[in-house]
Design a protein around this ligand. Structure first.
Ligand code: MN
Length: 446
């Protein structure tokens, strides 16, 4: 399975919007991406200025498309992801692949976008970066933003996680870290690479498990690294042990500018791609960015809260909370206080979580008006509010304490209390017959 096969499937479902207007990689394409953000279609830009290459964007920009890519639905998503995290399946290595059809001399031939007004420049945003440890024991795959510096060099943002650790180890022995950088891969690979699995778990093996054993990897030509054989474009590079540059500012998931920092330089030593490759773009802070970061963390919340209450119906890391800072959780409550324990479990599962609301399972977590209704009718601040001061939060939270990085967390128990009469909290329904439902459908033109 490849990005191409997925795009073909989506084409038949009328999920792809083809854009034939000539557009610039600087602001014009990102501006259209922004316009169609949130539940919008896949965007296929077919006339990208002076480039021969087309651009595809917003591939994972809707929950339903991610479910389709994984062959699952909302109710089974979390179990599917956990299953793959716990049972990674090492992909087969093949010797040839479509990306070896053609080679490129330099990065300037690739239509890399400049997204926001104050971004430092052109950024690759859908890159899946693979590296193995110098002793070859550990393999890691993760998504990183890459700033184009010149025809042969990129700056890579390494948050202190797994790839950073591999780079530090290589650096200590005076070596550059060899990496493959793949662009245009199947959504399952993107989701696996965004998953919070422990150090030592190979995210390509997680992806292969999600894809039921269908992922193939290929050895790179110039570096000691593998990459998805079906990728559209593969860059081969070395993360320098010594060279660092100022990286940023750049818009992160919250839609605010992340600061400039010293980050390592990647020397690009090879570029290979399919003859007719399509470049995959991803809008920072867009739906796709939120969902790829958010869905694996919804899974963590779902799993952890499931340990303390009888049933968790659904979790939504909301759009307004940037898919990262706000969670709505619907539960089946058995005893008074269950919702508060659910809040504590949610904050423990996802340390970046800042505000959380727990609702009963008659409230749809994806309908923010319903959630607000639950807060309006079932929540009393004097009893149902939990505030935790000076906790560790997200580095992306602009309002956090600038020196310590700590933040205040707020949890709202918006479940109906057992101590008051049940009928006071019942959502009024109107009995509807099949006949009336049919009339309504006809009137609505469905
Ligand atoms: Mn990892």
């Amino acid at each position: 399975m490849s990005l191409r096969t997925f795009l073909k499937q989506m084409e038949t479902k009328k999920e792809v919007l083809h854009i034939r207007d000539k557009l610039s990689t600087k602001f014009e394409i990102s501006s259209i991406m922004k316009h169609f953000d949130d539940q919008g279609p896949i965007l296929s830009f077919e006339n990208v200025g002076s480039y021969e290459t087309g651009i595809v964007a917003n591939v994972c920009g809707a929950r339903t498309r991610i479910y389709a890519a994984l062959g699952t639905d909302q109710s089974r998503l979390y179990e599917k992801l956990i299953g793959a995290w716990r049972s990674p399946d090492k992909p087969r290595i093949v010797t040839d692949c479509p990306a070896k059809e053609d080679h490129e001399a330099d990065l300037a031939k690739i239509p890399v976008l400049t997204h926001f007004e104050r971004d430092a420049g052109q950024y690759i945003t859908s890159a899946v970066v693979y590296a193995r440890s110098t002793d070859r024991d550990v393999e890691n795959v993760s998504v990183h933003r890459l700033q184009v510096l010149d025809k042969k060099h990129l700056a890579i943002r390494l948050v202190p996680r797994h790839l950073f650790r591999l780079w530090q180890t290589a650096k200590q022995s005076g070596k550059d870290l060899e990496v493959s950088i793949s662009i245009g891969v199947h959504p399952a690979v993107m989701l696996a690479a965004s998953s919070p699995v422990p150090f030592g778990v190979n995210e390509f093996a997680v992806a292969n498990s999600l894809m039921n054993g269908d992922l193939r990897l290929v050895e790179c030509e110039n570096v000691d690294a593998v990459a998805p054989a079906e990728a559209e474009l593969i860059l081969e590079g070395r993360i320098s042990a010594t060279k660092e540059v100022a990286e940023g500012p750049f818009v992160d998931v919250t839609g605010t500018y992340d600061i400039q920092r010293k980050q390592p330089v990647v020397e690009v030593v090879g570029v290979m791609h399919r003859k007719d490759y399509v470049y995959e773009a991803l809008l920072p802070s867009g739906a796709e960015h939120r969902l790829l970061m958010g869905l694996p963390h919804e899974t963590l919340i779902w799993e952890n809260v499931s340990k303390v209450v009888p049933k968790v119906h659904a979790v939504n890391l909301t759009v307004g909370g940037s898919g990262w800072l706000h969670a709505i959780i619907s539960i089946e409550k058995q005893l008074e206080g269950d919702a508060k324990n659910a809040l504590l479990a949610a904050f423990a599962a996802h340390p970046s979580l800042k505000h959380a609301v727990v609702v009963d399972h008659d409230v749809d977590v994806f309908n923010i008006s319903e959630v607000e209704w639950a807060i309006a009718t079932r929540f009393q601040a004097s009893e149902d509010l939990v505030v935790v001061n000076n906790a560790r939060g997200s580095t992306l939270d602009s309002s956090a304490n600038q020196e310590t990085g700590t933040t205040s967390k707020m949890g709202l128990d918006a479940t109906s209390p057992f101590s008051k009469p049940k009928e006071k909290f019942e959502r009024a329904r109107i009995p509807a017959s099949r006949r009336v439902e049919a009339i309504v459908r006809r009137l609505a033109g469905l």
